[in-house]
Design a protein around this ligand. Structure first.
Ligand SMILES: NC(=O)c1ccc[n+]([C@@H]2O[C@H](COP(=O)([O-])OP(=O)(O)OC[C@H]3O[C@@H](n4cnc5c(N)ncnc54)[C@H](O)[C@@H]3O)[C@@H](O)[C@H]2O)c1
Ligand SMILES: [Zn+2]
Length: 370
């Protein structure tokens, strides 16, 4: 599928997603002529690389376009950053009627800018232009926005759909190499939970993908958008379905915490998928051949974390299910085949797992990795 081809999904994601170059003609498909004042918000690094190109496209659509940056990194995904951006918009006289926020960047920029849009002047419309692979396949879809606090990540925010998302995979060419595995891990996750064909596509293209940031074709990105969009939307009727998006994340988050974020999200989640899939071979008959296949793909595309703590250090960070029973079992979303997630007998999308089972799987993966 050519990169310039335009696909629009409305059903799955409740907002149009356009695949195409970040030019005025593509943005025009998402545009509302009332938007005469455009606040282009992103972190300083992404604005330095792509700010001018995107701003000049936006200038063909609106008379006023200004850039509002903030320092990159999780440490700046804060209420203080949000307040500074809001003050800058207020000082600039951005009005409720004419303003559109355009969020440009990775998940951090989209989360911050989306949250600004959610509350500025009691809410102004926003568009999202993701520039990392992680943001294209994950953060741009679903409508979650927010910031971190000292109490944890993403604890203050809003659920608010952008008025549209533009995915231009050519923007990925400038992505720092270290960011690439973060997106690849989520790409593989989407395939593992919902799309065996997509997993096959990733296997076939693993050499190109493994070489570093590159413009991925639209079709696999669109599959991810549809998968996440469908799951988030269906979750409203079928509560708990969203937890399947957490495959690999119970272990992954614990690894991130236990290593004080020295292991990046992608590496932690990829390792988490290996361990959780190993649990699934015991708990819900996930075929061992599928586990080997998933591990082989992850090994090709996402490096194993350079250091891994012993399982005991993870325990404080493993969220327990208080309802489960007195033993405080963990509940994990587990695959029963590539592309198919298991359901518990009670209809839940997570299965109760003992700490012993998780610990054994952790140990088995550690030994395999050696
Ligand atoms: N809202 C959601 O549903 C959701 C889902 C997943 C993750 N997230 C959030 O996303 C964040 C992580 O996002 P991320 O991995 O995209 O990281 P990020 O936003 O920090 O971007 C990574 C780094 O790459 C730079 N960068 C981004 N695109 C670039 C490009 N094309 N060229 C050059 N440099 C570029 C950025 O400036 C930044 O320094 C986390 O805060 C996480 O909580 C949100
Ligand atoms: Zn994730």
């Amino acid at each position: 599928m050519a990169a310039s081809e335009t696909l629009v999904f409305t059903e799955a994601v409740r907002c149009p997603v356009v695949f195409g170059s970040c030019r005025a003609d593509q943005l025009a498909q998402l545009w509302d002529d009332r938007w005469r004042q455009v606040a282009l918000i992103g972190d300083d690094q992404v604005l330095a690389v792509h700010g001018e190109g995107v701003a000049s496209a936006l200038r063909e659509l609106a008379p006023r376009v200004e850039r509002f940056g903030f320092p990159p990194g999780e440490a700046n995904k804060t209420r203080a950053t949000k307040a500074r951006l809001e003050d800058a918009l207020l000082a600039g006289g951005y009005t409720r009627r004419e303003t559109c926020v355009v969020a440009l960047g990775g998940g951090i920029s989209l989360d911050v800018a989306g949250f600004v849009a959610a509350t500025y002047a009691r809410g102004v419309p926003h568009l999202a232009i993701p520039t990392t692979l992680l943001a294209m396949v994950d953060a741009a879809i679903g409508g979650k926005t927010g910031v971190n606090t000292e109490h944890g990540k993403n604890l203050v925010g809003a659920v608010r759909q952008p008025r549209g998302v533009l995915i231009d995979s050519a923007l990925l060419a400038t992505l720092p190499a270290a960011e690439w595995p973060n997106g690849l891990a989520e790409l593989i996750k989407h395939a593992a939970i919902a799309d065996a064909e997509l997993l096959r596509w990733i296997e076939v293209h693993a050499d190109e993908l493994g070489a570093g940031p590159c413009a991925i074709s639209d079709a696999p990105l669109a599959r991810c958008v549809t998968i996440k969009g469908r799951i988030v939307q269906a979750d409203q009727h079928e509560r708990g379905l969203r937890s399947v998006l957490n495959f690999g994340h119970t272990i992954g988050h614990a690894v991130e915490h236990a290593t004080r974020h020295r292991v990046s999200h992608g590496l932690a989640v990829a390792w988490g998928m290996r361990v959780e899939a190993a649990v699934a071979t015991e708990r819900c008959d996930f075929p061992r051949a599928d586990h080997r296949r998933l591990v082989a793909l992850l090994e090709r595309l996402v490096p194993a974390p350079p250091t891994l703590p012993p399982f005991a250090e993870l325990k404080p960070f493993l969220a327990r299910d208080k309802k489960s029973d007195a033993r405080g079992l963990l509940r994990l979303a587990l695959p029963r085949a590539i592309g198919v997630m298991a359901r518990a007998a009670d209809g839940e999308h997570t299965l109760a797992v003992t700490e012993e089972a998780l610990s054994a799987a952790w140990q088995a993966e550690l030994e395999r990795g050696r």
